[in-house]
Design a protein around this ligand. Structure first.
Ligand code: ADP
Ligand code: MG
Length: 587
């Protein structure tokens, strides 16, 4: 048999391509907004009817098009953005395939009204696969693309659309993404004739975030910016204290493209490390910029993933920068608290504050820094300055505390009442001490008089073998033998504790480390956190005055005194003012 193979018609090709590009109204909105952005628009209006199913219209004040370009805009693989293979490796624009408009027009009725500011205004439309171009009404420079009744002629696709409300929700999400990626552009959203959002052009991301998420406390949004050999990332991260249970405010952009990438998001989450609990979702708006050649944007048009040349490096860079940043910020907060508490007009007899010894001038720049960082008028693109204070110069003189329920330590600090969870506090202290010893290779170990046998199958032995170096550095000495692991030495702080139980838990935390990236600090964190947890004061344990004092003092020398290595809170602060309100001393 011959003649079975034949070339498909353009119409059919476009429809098939449309299946790739256009899934629902939101995908049309994405393409049209990005075209307007690529055209250099400063102001963009999106109008929708019936969740976009009936009408999607995007008007911009960008470059506009002349007659010939207006025709070509609807032709498959026609683009003004690239012309050679080399261009593909250096893309600056959002679009480049030249297939969006052609695809969209093949599954809807599409019209275009455009003016390039010099030739004549043009009106173009696509009807039954034919492109009709004529002179258009007078208009400002720019372009309006109107898409009506998507999928009207393709029932098989139409039935996958959901209710107008659901489609609108998707469109809205897309609108937010484009608005976040382009704070310098003004955006308007009009739904079924009603104005929904009017976003003014902003010089800073922070302004746009506030417009879009008025519920976010702008004082808790921390600007950050890091740079390293061609790699750069900047944006805003929410203070760990505002992390929530839903991941509603997590936005990550790579070269201005929104991505939803598991590894990237994990990198950010790991950067928050122990400042939030494992279930909490941090808030962030982050922009990663890297040379176009380092990232492949030519993946599927609708997919929100990216392919990096060096994913492990990016992961590590993101997570370690965020971790460093948060450590500094939280430490600064703590020290500025100390500082603020200094002169107190009224004192309750018989109590003393924490005292700050050493030169006040050394602490001051850091307070200024914190203020700037947390204040409204902070600079979004600020780099972190070197911190000046010397931890050794801050000493805790003496203070009163009360242990209650053999579990909490109650004390005061300036104008605050502090309730400290003794187990969580001790965990934090031990964890940071271990971390330091681990990094300096000075973990103290204790040899066992009689080595312990730990039963182990093949899988377990491999797991231990793979992590032997890490376990050895934490103080364990292990020998892998037939059917068992011999434990000859343990970290000294586990002495007198149920170290077999600790070991069991350690092993299960190793199993959790699925992400196999070169420097996986998350696994180490878990290992150290487990050892710290198992060696800390338990709830219900009566502390002596010396033990309690030392614990509180040690806690305030920690880098992250507010949350335990598992992310649970350590300190509950009650403002003196709120006590006074409760006792009706003040209103
Ligand atoms: P791509 O964006 O991948 O180039 P599209 O099909 O989205 O492909 O658009 C085709 C071409 O039409 C673009 O390359 C651009 O030259 C032109 N174009 C589309 N929308 C606009 C617009 N709003 N303003 C100016 N030119 C536009
Ligand atoms: Mg495009």
């Amino acid at each position: 048999m011959s003649g079975r193979i034949h070339q498909l018609s353009t119409q059919l090709i476009n429809k098939i391509a449309a299946g790739e590009v256009v899934e629902r109204p939101a995908s049309v909105v994405k393409e049209l907004l990005e075209n307007a952005i690529d055209a250099g628009a400063k102001s963009i209006t999106l109008r929708l009817e019936n969740g976009g199913m009936q009408l999607i219209e995007v008007s911009d004040d960008g470059s506009g098009m002349g007659k010939d370009d207006a025709r070509l805009a609807f032709v498959q693989h026609a683009t003004s953005k690239i012309s050679s293979l080399e261009d593909l490796g250096a893309i600056q624009s959002m679009g480049f395939r030249g297939e969006a408009l052609a695809s969209i027009a093949s599954i809807s009725s599409a019209t275009l009204h455009t003016f390039d500011g010099s030739s004549q205004p043009v009106a173009a439309k696509v009807r039954n696969n034919e492109i009709l171009v004529e002179q258009g009404d007078a208009r400002q420079q720019g372009t309006t693309v109107t898409i009506r009744n998507i999928f009207a002629n393709i029932p098989a696709r139409k039935k996958f659309l959901r209710s107008a409300t659901t489609e609108y929700k998707y469109v809205y999400e897309m609108f937010v993404i484009e608005a976040l990626a382009n704070p310098d552009i003004g955006f308007r959203l009009i739904r079924d004739g009603k104005p929904i959002l009017e976003l003014r052009p902003q010089d800073m991301l922070a302004g746009r975030v506030t417009e879009l998420f008025p519920g976010l406390d702008s004082n808790k949004m921390l600007p950050l910016s890091f740079k390293k050999e061609g790699l750069q990332f900047s944006g805003l991260i929410g203070h760990p204290g505002i992390a929530t249970s839903v991941a509603a405010q997590q936005f990550l952009f790579v070269n201005k493209r929104y991505v939803s990438d598991r590894v990237m998001n994990k990198a950010v989450k790991d950067g928050f490390s122990s400042t939030i609990s494992r279930e909490s979702k941090p808030v962030y708006f982050l922009f990663l910029e890297l040379p176009p050649g380092e990232v492949d944007v030519n993946v599927h048009p609708r997919k929100l993933e990216v392919r990096f040349l060096q994913p492990g490096q990016i992961y590590h860079y993101l997570s370690s920068s965020i971790r460093l940043f948060l450590e500094k910020v939280l430490q600064q907060e703590l020290y500025s608290n100390f500082r603020r508490n200094e002169p107190e007009p009224t004192r309750i007899a018989g109590t003393r504050d924490f005292a700050v010894a050493g030169p006040g001038s050394a602490v001051k720049p850091s307070i200024e820094f914190t203020r700037q960082l947390l204040g409204h008028n902070s600079q979004p693109e600020m780099m972190l300055p070197e911190l000046k204070f010397d931890q050794g110069s801050i000493s805790v003189v003496d203070f009163n505390f009360l242990q209650i329920f053999n579990t909490y330590l109650v004390t005061e600090q300036g104008s605050k009442l502090l309730i400290i969870d003794q187990h969580a506090a001790d965990e934090r202290v031990k964890y940071e001490k271990l971390q330091k010893q681990f990094n300096d290779n000075t973990v103290t170990a204790q040899a066992l008089l009689i080595p312990e046998h730990y039963p182990a199958d093949e899988k377990l032995k491999i797991l231990v073998q793979q992590n032997l170096d890490l376990l050895t550095r934490t103080g364990f000495k292990l020998q892998i033998q037939q059917g068992k692991i011999l434990i000859a030495q343990i970290p000294a702080i586990l002495q007198g504790r149920d170290f077999l139980k600790t070991f069991t838990e350690l092993i299960s935390s190793l199993r959790l480390g699925k992400l196999n990236l070169s420097e996986n600090s998350a696994i180490l964190d878990r290992v150290l956190a487990t050892i710290a947890c198992h060696s800390s004061y338990r709830a219900g344990f009566k502390l002596t005055h010396t033990e309690g004092t030392k614990l509180i003092a040690d806690l305030f020398r920690c880098k992250l005194p507010y949350s335990c290595p598992h992310g649970r809170p350590i300190i509950w602060e009650v403002e003196r003012g709120s006590l006074e309100k409760n006792f009706k001393r003040k209103k």
